[in-house]
Design a protein around this ligand. Structure first.
Ligand code: SF4
Ligand code: FES
Length: 248
């Protein structure tokens, strides 16, 4: 395939940035999107030009680093996959592909397609953990029986990889699907009950302080989430928040 790539180039956080067109040739349909970006970067380096900065780590859909907005969709046109799992067979010879960073006030651009998502880390640090006694008297996890339905739902919530596609997709730049998943994975388990009240209050407070917008139930986040995180998690977070607020 021969393609035109229209890519957001921005030298640094304070640079204005603009779309720049590039041509790539002989792209195999079996390549991943990031392998195609590697081909472009090799070409740019050989021409003495600055390669396009983009985030990636695992390249297998686990780390959540590969944040790209491709043809107007977070992680591109396929469903249930991250950018690193997106294959070039989703595109046609002669296509022009538009590639932009995830855009949200709480995800400022660092360079080209790389955005700063440490706001997610600060939300996680505000309550996305449980305290465990590791003094040697730790109870075996399997000693606490958990209904299968709860375990399954907690596991589903825990598959959130913190990629930020939900925020990038939402017209309000809301992080509620992410925070809902992180609150739910503990709210559904007995181990999460001890700190449940502080967790939801602190995580929601941090989410608001980071400048994420509110949820208006458009459901776009659920559609674009590569891990299929359900809106049910937002409803659960709202219930947890209400319960915690009444206690407070
Ligand atoms: S909820 Fe989905 S889209 Fe949002 S950060 Fe988690 S995995 Fe990514
Ligand atoms: S590079 Fe890790 S999820 Fe894409």
């Amino acid at each position: 395939m021969n393609l035109t790539l229209s890519i957001w180039r921005q030298k640094g956080a304070n640079d204005k940035g603009k779309m720049v067109d590039y041509k790539v040739t002989d792209i195999s349909e079996h390549m991943s999107f990031l392998e195609m970006m590697d081909v472009l970067n090799e070409q740019l380096i050989n021409q003495g030009e600055e390669p396009v900065a983009f985030d990636h780590d695992c390249r297998e859909g686990i780390c959540g680093m590969c944040s790209m907005y491709i043809n107007g969709e977070a992680h591109g046109p396929d469903r249930g996959v991250t950018t690193c799992q997106l294959h070039m067979r989703m595109f046609k010879d002669g296509d022009t592909i538009t590639i932009e960073p995830f855009r949200a006030a709480a995800f400022p651009v660092i360079k080209d397609l790389v955005v700063d998502r440490t706001s997610f880390e600060r939300i996680q640090q505000a309550g996305g953990y449980i305290s465990v006694n590791t003094s040697g008297n730790t109870q075996d996890a399997n000693a606490i029986l958990i209904p299968k339905e709860d375990a399954d739902k907690a596991m589903d919530a825990a598959t959130c990889i913190g990629c930020g596609a939900c925020v990038a997709t939402c017209k309000n730049s809301s992080a509620m699907l992410f925070v809902g998943a992180k609150v739910s994975q503990y709210a559904l388990l007995p181990q999460g009950q001890v700190e449940a009240t502080d967790r939801v209050l602190n995580m929601v407070k941090q989410m608001d302080e980071e400048g994420f917008g509110n949820c208006t139930n458009t459901g776009a986040c659920e559609i674009e989430c590569p891990k299929g995180i359900s809106l049910e998690n937002i409803a659960r977070m709202n219930t947890e928040f209400m319960k915690a607020s009444l206690k407070g």
